[in-house]
Ligand binder design. Structure first.
Ligand code: ASP
Length: 431
């Protein structure tokens, strides 16, 4: 049985168990205390923390090797510009599709406001100027300690470029980074072996706490987001992949399943970086320089799924409150959603914060966000899976355009599959 199948089985088991717990045992104190908030919570939280543990060292070593491996600053700039352009393009396409479909479906029309929809207090968003200033880490150690991805990318690239400039001493550090990168990749593989249980616990806890009943009154909104997410992931992104790189979207989606499951169960593009890096390099055949640069960059600034939620939510709230946005309003929403995604990290629930920024800009009632909060946890899982699919698709497209995609690896269904791990003493015994 492959690792993906195993994770999938445990994921479904967790989902079923969680939903049953929610339906039949939500007031059984023993189950809530010892399982939902006990075992499932602990195992799930350890799993997510374990993934986060990998992000900073892996991105750092891998990016040092990547930039040093490119060895050509003009190429690095070209890869960055291509990726950035595609990130903006796909996010804009995603939200345009969302607004179009939602305008046709009309979620929120005839929705009764009861006045007790709860509260949503909008966090204060930093101005764009600050977002740009913050790209430069005042203290790199703090950036690493906080896991600030854009600052880490900025500093690491600068560092690696200077390694190239100094010659011999830089080469020695690069050799060390190469070894460290190999070791970190092995740590990823080891952590992936506990994924089935981690995913199970996360699913069981989420669905035990999150009744599916919440969806019923919101079905038009929920359903529209889900349909557009599917359309974008399998339609827009795969068409771009086929047109711009010529590789098989079916093979791509098949190999992306594990990454999507990780994104779905953790709701975090950031926590999924290690698995996405491993998959783009070892399963899809993207070379390390391209993958190590674009995957973490995309996890922070490319959020197609989140943009889709924002597009549909805008139409939904506008309909509920009877506000006509007009063409200029929609264009502002598109522009704002794209900008908002650049400065915010891919962590759970950040989409709602971005939505508040968009609403402030177009004058929609921010408190309306309280209406969609109940179903946001589930949508967060799904949109994060789309976010990471976009990151990997763009990584593949850029790699292909740079001649850095190994198509023999891409076309081989078995390439880079997670295999049994052997502990050192077992290896020693067998020799
Ligand atoms: N959870 C999403 C991500 O990490 C962001 C969001 O939509 O809230 O990509």
């Amino acid at each position: 049985m492959t690792m993906t199948t195993k994770i999938l089985i445990w994921m479904v088991a967790g989902l079923v168990l969680g939903s049953l717990t929610n339906a039949f045992a939500s007031d059984v104190a023993f189950i809530q205390d010892y399982f939902v908030n006990g075992l499932f919570h602990v195992v799930g939280a350890m799993f997510i923390t374990g993934l986060k543990m990998l992000v900073v060292p892996l991105v750092t070593f891998s990016l040092i090797c990547g930039v040093y491996g490119i060895g050509d600053i003009a190429k690095l700039g070209r890869v960055g510009i291509k990726a950035f352009g595609l990130f903006i393009l796909t996010t804009a396409l995603a939200i345009t599709l969302a607004i179009t479909v939602a305008s046709i479906v009309g979620p929120g029309e005839g929705f009764e406001l009861t006045g007790d929809q709860g509260e949503f207090t909008a966090p204060v968003a930093p101005p764009l100027t600050q977002v740009i200033i913050d790209l430069v880490p005042g203290n790199p150690v703090a950036a690493y300690a906080e896991g600030n991805m854009l600052q880490i990318i900025f500093f690491t690239i600068l560092f690696a470029v200077c390694m190239l400039m100094v010659g011999e001493p830089g080469r020695k550090v690069a050799e060390g980074a190469e070894r460290l990168n190999q070791i970190m990749m092995q740590v990823v593989t080891v952590v992936m072996h506990v994924a089935p249980y981690g995913v199970f616990a996360l699913m069981a806890k989420t669905f035990a706490l999150q009744g599916l009943g919440l969806i019923t009154p919101m079905i038009a909104y929920f359903g529209t987001v889900v349909v557009v997410l599917l359309l974008h992931a399998t339609g827009t992104l795969m068409t771009l992949l086929k047109l711009l790189s010529g590789v098989s979207p079916v093979m791509f989606l098949r190999k992306m399943r594990t990454v999507q499951i990780f994104a779905f169960s953790t709701s975090s593009s950031n926590a999924t970086i290690p698995v996405n890096l491993r998959t783009t390099e070892r399963r899809l055949g993207v070379d390390n320089p391209t993958a190590s640069f674009i995957v973490p960059f995309g996890a922070t600034i490319n959020m197609d799924g989140t943009a889709i939620m924002q597009g549909v939510a805008t139409i939904f709230i506008a309909n509920v409150y009877g506000i006509a946005l007009g063409l200029s309003g929609y264009l502002t929403v598109i522009g704002m959603a794209v900008l908002a995604s650049i400065g915010t990290a891919g962590v759970p629930g950040v989409g709602l914060i971005m939505l508040a920024m968009v609403f402030n800009q177009v004058g929609l009632p921010v408190e309306g966000i309280a209406l969609i909060m109940g179903v946001d946890r589930l949508l967060d899982m799904m949109r994060t899976a789309v976010n990471v699919t976009g990151d990997a698709a763009i990584t593949t497209i850029v790699a292909k355009s740079e001649g850095s995609l190994n198509e023999a690896i891409f076309d081989d269904p078995e390439a880079g599959i997670v295999e049994e791990i052997h502990l050192p003493h077992a290896a020693a015994d067998s020799t």
